[in-house]
Design a protein around this ligand. Structure first.
Ligand code: PLP
Length: 488
């Protein structure tokens, strides 16, 4: 019997109409978030003109409440790899609901998590044969750190400058990024090694205290392609010193770089990989840490220790179904190849603009993970304007490109860091040739019109600056309220 048949009277009595609620209240988004969630983020979105109300998503596109179509070059920071609202993934999720499968029973082993673990192991190298499921990228990094410590009996995790591994305390300890660490107190001990510096890494590993080195083979924020030999050197040093190699594939995994995993480009054999983002199909949070069975069993080493590391929501059916369907779509539509092909076209087309725009240093990337790096104009008043913007706030100049891209061309992009003038693109792999033209023509126009500086863009810049200062004074006031004697 269908749901209506079984629960008709109950549904009529309790009547909940989510579609009606969304239809009635769509548009209140920013007010609600301002009041109940993160008003500072709302402030930023309003300042940079990102306070759009998106009503629908499909493939590489979003539509706002006025029906305006946007090109989504961020793909939700990479989660929407198979395209937004992919009907195959949606169908699998609906199937789970329609089957009334018991979800998160906990004292059982469910089928779907077993099937997804099997599907994952089929796609990783043979030595990576044990899967731990959790709910986010940072949780998969936490798991990798704990498993590495349990397996080696060592505490320290080494990481490279400029990496990004997540914002929970453990993962944050493996990131040197001061803005994100500031204010959160003592983190785990570990070593930060300059990216690319094998000599410094050897000095650290020679102490024989390092459980693992964590690395993004292709760093997702800078998209700086490592120098020849660096990653193999890291692996050799790890092997020599009994240190595990963790490849953080949260952003790069599942085809983002044009191979199933980024480490494949360098023929590496990591001991542990962290994956998440794309596995969700853009629908349900999910992460999978995959490692050698021996490492796994160091954690779950006896019956008493069978769940010393776990999460209530890990292995939940909706996430598992999304993961299974996503892997199926990647294969059925040959999307890993498509990521490589479309990403290469995107990089080439952007680089073809370099002769027209001296601020365009380069586009680089692998597959559909692409960075556009800007640089100061070589001379003259435009160089002075760049420096002024940069002095007001590092990262403001690329923001001045990102803002009109959205405002005038309805293209969604992002500045990745405060310190590098980099715009990052992580489009869904389904991005078409027409979409690439849409993006490149928009970028061309925006870069051409930056000559209007100082003009409306400076206006937007000073708005950004004022908002930043407002945020700072609000922080200071909050601190003063918390401890009036302590704030200078
Ligand atoms: C390489 C990498 N590792 C870990 C994370 C953290 O993932 P999450 O945001 O799901 O916690 C991210 C997020 O962007 C990432 O890019």
């Amino acid at each position: 019997m269908d749901i209506e048949g079984r629960f008709g009277r109950y549904l009529a009595r309790v009547a909940y109409d989510l579609k009606g609620i969304v239809a009635n209240r769509l548009g209140e988004n920013y007010e609600l978030h301002e009041q109940y969630v993160n008003p500072t983020l709302v402030d930023v979105f309003r300042t940079i003109g990102f306070d759009r109300v998106y009503a629908r998503g499909e493939g590489a596109h979003l539509w706002d409440t006025d029906g305006v179509r946007y090109l989504d070059m961020l793909g939700g920071f990479g989660v929407a790899a198979v395209g937004r609202n992919n009907p195959v993934v949606a169908g699998a999720i609906r199937d789970v609901l329609e089957m009334d499968l018991p979800n998160m029973v906990q004292m059982d082993c469910a089928l779907l998590s077993g099937l997804l673990a099997e599907a994952i192991v089929l796609r990783t190298p043979p030595h990576l044969d044990a899967v731990y499921f959790c709910n986010s990228g940072t949780e998969s990094v936490e798991a990798a750190m704990k498993f590495a410590r349990a397996h080696t009996g060592r505490d320290s995790i080494a990481h490279f400058t400029g990496g990004w591994h997540g914002l929970t305390l453990g993962a944050l300890s493996a990131m040197g990024n001061e803005e994100f660490r500031e204010g959160f107190g003592q983190l785990l001990a570990g070593d930060e090694v300059p990216a690319g510096d094998l000599v410094a890494l050897e000095r650290v590993l020679a102490r024989d205290e390092t459980a693992a080195v964590i690395v993004e083979c292709l760093p997702g924020h800078s998209v700086r392609i490592p120098e020849e030999g660096f990653l193999r050197g890291v692996q050799d040093l790890c092997q020599r010193h009994g240190t595990l190699l963790i490849c953080d594939e949260v952003a790069t995994g599942w085809g983002r770089t044009g191979r199933m995993f980024a480490f494949e480009h360098w023929g590496l054999e990591p001991d542990i990989i962290c994956t998440s983002k794309a596995l969700s199909g853009g629908y349900v949070p999910v992460a999978a840490m995959v490692c050698r069975r021996a490492i796994y069993q160091s954690v779950f080493s006896s019956m008493e220790r069978c769940w010393v590391h776990s999460s209530s929501f890990g292995r939940n059916n909706l996430a598992m179904a999304a993961g299974l369907a996503t892997l199926h779509v990647l294969d059925a539509d040959d999307l890993v190849t498509r990521s490589a092909v479309q990403g290469a076209k995107l990089v080439d087309r952007i680089n073809s603009l370099r002769s027209r725009h001296d601020v365009l240093k380069e586009a680089r990337g692998m597959g559909c993970l692409v960075a556009i790096e800007l640089q100061p104009p070589p001379r003259g008043t435009r160089r002075v304007a760049w420096k002024a913007l940069n002095a007001a706030h590092e990262g403001l100049f690329p923001q001045m490109v990102v803002m009109p891209l959205l405002d005038r061309h309805h293209v969604l992009t992002q500045v990745t860091g405060n310190h590098d003038p980099i715009i990052r693109l992580m489009p869904p792999f389904v991005i078409s040739d027409d979409d690439i033209s849409w993006f490149v023509e928009a970028l061309d126009e925006v870069l051409a019109n930056r000559h209007r500086l100082p003009g409306p863009m400076i206006g937007m810049g000073s708005k950004a600056l004022k908002a930043r200062l407002r945020g700072r004074s609000r922080d200071r006031a909050a601190k003063r309220a918390a401890s009036p004697d302590d704030v200078t």
